[in-house]
Design a protein around this ligand. Sequence first.
Ligand code: 6PG
Length: 254
Amino acid sequence: MPAPMLPSDLTIQVFPDLASTAQAAAGIFQDSARRAMRARRKFFVMLSGGSTPKMIYATLAAARRIDWGKVHFFWGDERCVSPEHSESNFRMAHESLFLHLDRPLNIHRMRGEILPWDAAADYEAEIRAAFGIAQDVADDPPAFDLVLLGMGEDGHTASLFPGSSALQETTRWVTWVEHAHPPPPLLPRLTVTLPLINAARQVVFVVTGESKSQRVAQILGPHSDQDLPAAQVRPRPGKLIWLLDQAAAQHLQL
Ligand code: 6PG
């Protein structure tokens, strides 16, 4: 069976290092925000967790040409911990970005401190309310203006891990997963699902480091392994961009 063609509107950009890759991601964030605010006077962005985005958020903290009051911050996933916990994705964004903006913000936090199944339902209701979509009606997922994603060495993204039943979810926009395999921390997690990610206007992966290079080649190379969660992120009609540093892109023939 011929390898599935990668999305025609897939863009791959390679940068020398983490700093320049993060700078490019911050630039895309600002461009996407300006377009959304011109068109809809709001910017709905889904942030990623993990360590890579810290530099993106720190770069954005210095950006001066964004009307932060019109930005609505969401998350693609969260560990089931309190917002003060060292493993909280909210805490990471709060410390690297929100604290430096020093103004009221529209923050739509995943409530990792409550029962996971309640938190998942709560977050879908939060998304529906923010987009003005009635609760409890079957609806197509809303289009976030920008979804920022990272990728783990195992090819996971958000908290969609290889082999997870969450990858088969076709109706719920948010779910929760037991997380009993590496990478640590082995905590239950909340995650958005592929239908919601793939409804986005623009999805940007930011992946750096040698340790990711084999997986990147498995996903973006000529024989894309569609079993890997990150390979299943294929927004349509939205745009898909992979921002890589040279270390992560080293096995790609570009
Ligand atoms: C999380 C993230 C996760 C992350 C990857 C890459 O909560 O951990 O959402 O999907 O993006 O694990 O993490 P690093 O950027 O730390 O390599």
